[in-house]
Design a protein around this ligand. Structure first.
Ligand code: SF4
Ligand code: SF4
Length: 425
């Protein structure tokens, strides 16, 4: 696909600006009625989903050209998908996210990318991860856990930790604790240690499609060789890549992609994990974009042809993973779930996505702060989520701003309720 394949989508945009807002029937207050961090922060039409489509059409028709300034606007967007689902409330056939992705692929083709992304992708090619950390240390988080090595032995479930969890030491206790929970529940678990690579999802979002495909094919072949039937990931970005992007790129996984939240929910419902300790905690749940609307696959599978796509456009954000985390939280004794105003497919992004965390860190922090203020407005003690990118940005932003809210991974809540030591719980 190329930008030209989306000409009809771009011409169909009537500039109603509905993509800038949570749909009217979902709004609960003026304060939290915006849905697009980019237009909210920069306040000029080209920073909205519609504005970027208008720019795309203008480039396509030769009325303007792709240059450094245009590229900067294209990349000052989290690719959170909120504009897409809002537009589809009224205009089912417009595939807004696809246009945003095509614009980025065009930027890479013409060499007009932010320098930060060029550096990150160079590091990705060298070290197989988005953080540029040594690939030999990828499995260090699992030291002394005695997990199976799927490069040498078969396991029923292969755990893909993802780039952020693999190298962010502050997040390791949550992942290590979860592994203990899973094994106590009898799960046959293995990891690929230093052979695990990036899922490729972020590279695709940045417009580097060849690199994304290489990582996807590599991961798919490793999963196949492991004989696993479940590909489990704790990373929402990885989940979206496995569930949505791989079928879109024509990469078939031999194992079913499952997010940790879905798996833990299943184990709790089966009685194999029993939350029992009373936590006495008011908590709000942040829906990560890639676990929710962006993790939704095409229904049916993406066939790679626009004319086909018009008959199977059903990617609306409604079938994201929304119930499982809420059910898990409500299974914890003493936990009161206090919902924010923008939830499920109407959720506000954490700010980290689409490479914004690397190229526009101030914008990322501003976006996170917006979400944290919404969380604080619920009167909750804690914001809980299930994506290491969200957690890192929320922790840093809440700490710097001195906001009265703690940040937890959902697995930490479960661990605490199962009797493990978790700071602050
Ligand atoms: S992208 Fe959709 S919601 Fe936004 S202005 Fe165009 S038609 Fe309206
Ligand atoms: S993907 Fe998110 S940040 Fe980008 S234009 Fe759409 S709503 Fe705004």
């Amino acid at each position: 696909m190329a930008l030209t394949d989306y000409r009809e989508d771009m011409t169909a945009c009537v500039r109603c600006s509905s993509c800038k807002w949570v749909p009217f029937n979902q709004m609960r207050s003026a304060r939290f009625s915006h849905n697009c961090p980019s237009i909210d922060r920069y306040n000029f039409h080209c920073y909205s989903g519609s504005g970027r489509m208008n720019m795309g059409l203008s480039i396509l028709e030769g009325r303007s050209s792709l240059n450094e300034r245009v590229s900067e606007i294209i990349y000052a967007c989290q690719l959170c998908g909120a504009c897409d689902v809002a537009c589809k409330t009224y205009r089912e056939v417009i595939e807004l996210t696809e246009v945003l992705l095509e614009l980025r692929a065009g930027c890479v083709e013409r060499g007009e990318m932010p320098l930060e992304h060029m550096a990150a992708v160079d590091a990705l090619k060298r070290e197989n991860n988005m953080l540029g950390e040594p690939k030999a240390e990828r499995g260090a988080w699992a030291e002394e856990l005695g997990l199976k090595d799927v490069n040498r032995e078969r396991a029923e479930v292969i755990l893909h930790a993802g780039c952020r969890y693999s190298y962010d030491r502050e997040l390791w206790p949550a992942l290590r604790g979860t592994v203990r929970l899973l094994r106590e529940a009898g799960v046959d678990l293995g990891i690929a240690y230093s052979e695990e690579g990036c899922c490729g999802g972020r590279a695709y979002e940045l417009g580097y499609r060849g690199e994304a495909l290489n990582f996807a094919e590599d991961l798919a072949s490793r999963v196949k060789a492991s004989g696993a039937s479940v590909l489990l990931t704790a990373c929402s970005d990885g989940f979206a890549a496995f569930r949505w992007l791989y079928p879109r790129m024509g990469v078939r996984l031999s194992a079913r992609p499952v997010h940790l939240v879905q798996y833990l929910d299943l184990l709790v419902r089966q009685g194999r994990i029993r939350p029992r300790k009373n936590l006495d905690l008011a908590a709000t749940w942040h829906d990560p974009c890639h676990l929710g609307r962006m993790g939704e696959p095409w229904m049916p599978e993406w066939p790679g042809d626009k004319r086909e796509r018009l008959r199977c456009w059903t990617r609306t954000g409604r079938r994201g993973v929304y119930e499982e985390p809420r059910r898990l939280l409500l299974a914890v004794p003493g936990l009161e779930l206090r919902e924010m105003e923008r939830i499920r497919e109407w959720s506000w992004c954490c700010g980290a996505g689409g490479g914004v965390i690397d190229a526009f860190p101030d914008f990322a922090a501003w976006t996170a702060r917006e979400r944290l203020e919404e969380a604080v407005s619920t009167g909750s003690d804690a914001l809980v989520t299930a994506c290491p990118w969200c957690e890192r940005l929320f922790r840093d932003t809440a700490g710097e701003a001195g906001l009265p809210i703690r940040i937890y991974d959902l697995s930490e809540i479960l661990l605490a309720s199962c009797g493990e030591e978790v700071e602050g719980l």
